[in-house]
Design a protein around this ligand. Structure first.
Ligand SMILES: NC(=O)c1ccc[n+]([C@@H]2O[C@H](COP(=O)([O-])OP(=O)(O)OC[C@H]3O[C@@H](n4cnc5c(N)ncnc54)[C@H](O)[C@@H]3O)[C@@H](O)[C@H]2O)c1
Length: 339
């Protein structure tokens, strides 16, 4: 596989899958344009170490439309061409219908969908000229209704449909468009998700055990929070015996108290009331916690950024020259166990 002479634009390249992907393209002879809202020096150094022909850093926050709009112009101003676009940057949030905010809706659709749309619109004339291609990074959440990530899943479903429609429109003009669907891969997103859940759980358990009575009489806690806790606990932690025991011991108390006091507390309000920083999950604990996610994957482990990157490179390469509009699931077999 060679990307020699190709100019590759990778978004969300400061960390995780994006950074790894940029490195892999560098290793195979590409010139890179790496984009992120965060610091990109480390990513640039890694790409150069891997042999990148050249690397252009572009700091752009995808919440800011003019910044998104300027990205492709900057790439073309430097390299005078564009061959491959990797739409990878994304935000995510936990939440069900009643526990997802309009602010998060705007954020996720702006970063995950609108920015991808703008970048693709700007990039497409250059990709037509180079007979290039696009790989969008979706998620298993775009294909299956994974519980508790409503907005994120909606954005990823939009990414999938966008992929297919643009693939169909531009196939006759020689541009292929595909997407990959990772499951749990060790990156900042999963660290954040797991740490965030764990902190909430720790807090909730302390709350249930010690302060439930007082809280339910004096605050507006209610069903949305309980639904969230129940779903989330059973979906995420059925394999974590200690947590289950804790939950079961307290759940009856919890439910009876809810029947007594029925007001609402949204998840957002709940989070605001929690001092996340004081209940952090670090080092070994975090590792153990990530391992608890392994059971959902028949291959018996979480994915690595390298494995996702290799799938991305395959779709971007001539090795997949007759593939367009496809969903490549890279998930350790997790989809096979989806109920
Ligand atoms: N890690 C997983 O388990 C997993 C699973 C399925 C799909 N994905 C997808 O993989 C892609 C990469 O995620 P990751 O896991 O490497 O996470 P990550 O957090 O390591 O990387 C995401 C990158 O996107 C950038 N980004 C976020 N908001 C931005 C904004 N407003 N403007 C510009 N850049 C922004 C971040 O700074 C970060 O560098 C995402 O599309 C994600 O949805 C990840």
């Amino acid at each position: 596989m060679s990307f020699s002479g190709n100019v590759v634009l990778v978004t969300g390249a400061a960390s995780g899958i994006g950074r790894e992907t940029a490195k892999h393209f560098a290793k195979h002879g590409a010139a890179l344009a790496i984009v992120d809202k965060d610091e990109l020096n480390l990513a640039e150094t890694e790409c150069r170490d891997k042999g990148a022909i050249d690397v252009l850093q572009i700091r752009a926050d995808f919440r800011n439309q003019p910044q998104v709009e300027s990205v492709v112009d900057k790439v073309v101003a430097k390299y005078n061409r564009l061959d491959i676009l990797i739409n990878n940057a994304a935000e995510w949030r936990l939440g069900h219908l009643q526990t997802s905010s309009v602010e998060d809706f705007d954020l996720l659709f702006t970063v995950n969908v609108k920015a991808m749309f703008i970048l693709t619109q700007k990039a497409i004339p250059h990709l037509v000229a180079s007979k290039g291609n696009i790989v969008n990074v979706s998620s298993l959440a775009g294909l299956y209704p994974l519980d508790g990530i409503l907005l994120y899943s909606m954005t990823k479903a939009a990414v999938d449909q966008f992929t297919k429609l643009v693939a169909r429109e531009y196939a006759p003009k020689g541009v292929r468009v595909n997407c990959v669907h990772p499951s749990f891969t060790r990156t900042n997103i999963t660290r954040y998700l797991l740490a965030c859940n764990y902190r909430r759980l720790k807090y909730m358990m302390g709350w249930v055990s010690n302060e439930l009575h007082v809280l339910f009489r004096s605050t507006r806690a209610g069903f949305s929070y309980v639904d969230y806790l129940v779903n989330w606990l059973y979906v995420r932690f059925t394999s974590t015996t200690t947590l289950e025991q804790l939950f079961r011991r307290n759940y009856l108390v919890f439910r009876s108290m809810i029947r007594v006091k029925l007001h609402r507390l949204t998840l957002t309000e709940l989070i605001v009331n929690i001092d996340l920083a004081s209940t952090g999950l670090l080092g070994e604990d975090l590792e153990k916690f990530q391992e608890s996610m392994v059971d959902a994957h028949p291959i018996g482990r979480l994915g690595t950024t390298e494995e996702i990157s290799k799938a991305i490179l395959f779709l971007a390469s001539d090795d997949s020259s007759w593939t367009t509009g496809s969903n490549l699931v890279v998930d350790g077999g997790r989809a096979l166990t989806m109920k």
